[in-house]
Structures are given as structure tokens and as C-alpha cells.
Design a protein around this ligand. Structure first.
Ligand code: TYD
Length: 137
């Protein structure tokens, strides 16, 4: 599977199963995850009045999946391109490259799973929007 590492994009995880039995979806390095996995984290019980994110990263690449509920993800790349993703199915995710400014809104029942290529490093965050756009060439 080919990914452009320059822009966010949907990853369609296959569904194994049936309506009668239920489903399994799989994230697997070198099959549908374009990096070595170093960290998995999840966010949950976010009130639907809250918007999270408001940052980008220098090196972090990650895949965000709404394994339950729904998440609206807005992304902006350094070239000014903007993307809006409505994640409503547990078999799809969004790949986010480095230097992707992003915000998320959640349904209260949502569980956001993130699969990342790095362990947590606060120094990798760009939390100031004007600092983010200063990286434009
Ligand atoms: P942050 O990434 O800013 O969350 P969001 O983008 O959802 O608003 O992280 C929120 C807090 O959690 C911040 O204090 C850092 C901490 N945190 C960790 O300690 N380890 C992690 O792996 C993550 C993702 C966050």
C-alpha cells in the first residue's frame, strides 16, 4: 500500500467478519501502517463541547482511528492545504504526516485510538500556530 507522506489521507482497514459474527480490523506494520509502531494511545470521554489538538509535530507521524463514536479531524499542512475528515467507522483511520497542524472534535461516546511512530516527546510538539507557519519555506 502506498502512502504519500506529504499529506494526510484515509487508511481503509479491511473488515474481517460478517454482520452475524461481528468484525475484526487489523493494523499491521508494512501492510497498512507506513512506519514502525513505537506508541499506541487512546483518548475517551471527551465532552462534545471540547476541541483538542491545536498542535503539529516535527517528526511524529500517526494514524488516528475512531474505534467508537465519531471524530471530526481538521488538518492543515505547511503549504496551506486544509483537510477535513469525518471519522465515523471503526475500520477507517487517517494517516497524519509530520508538520500537520490538527484539531479534533469528538462525540462524547468516541474512543480515539492513535498509532504513532515515536514515543512521547514534548520537544517534538509545535503548540503555537504562528511558530508552525514560520516553518513555511
Ligand atoms: P496532547 O497530545 O496535547 O493531547 P490532545 O492533542 O488530545 O489535546 O496531550 C495531552 C496531555 O497528555 C499532555 O499533557 C501530554 C500528555 N501525553 C502524554 O503524557 N503522553 C502521550 O503519549 C500523549 C499523547 C499525551
Amino acid at each position: 500500500m502506498l502512502h504519500s507522506k506529504n499529506k494526510p489521507c484515509i487508511i481503509d482497514f479491511s473488515k474481517i467478519g460478517s454482520p452475524q459474527l461481528g468484525y475484526i480490523s487489523v493494523a499491521e506494520v508494512q501492510k497498512n501502517i507506513p512506519f514502525e509502531i513505537q506508541r499506541v494511545y487512546w483518548a475517551y470521554y471527551t465532552p462534545d463541547s471540547v476541541m483538542r489538538g491545536f498542535h503539529a509535530h516535527h517528526q511524529l507521524e500517526q494514524i488516528l482511528i475512531a474505534v467508537s463514536g465519531s471524530i471530526t479531524l481538521e488538518c492543515e499542512m505547511l503549504n496551506g492545504e486544509k483537510y477535513i475528515f469525518e471519522l465515523t467507522h471503526p475500520n477507517e483511520g487517517v494517516y497524519m504526516p509530520a508538520y500537520c497542524w490538527h484539531t479534533m472534535k469528538y462525540s462524547h461516546n468516541s474512543v480515539q485510538l492513535c498509532i504513532a511512530n515515536m514515543t512521547y516527546d514534548e520537544a517534538d510538539y509545535i503548540r503555537d500556530y504562528s511558530a508552525f507557519i514560520s516553518f513555511r519555506e
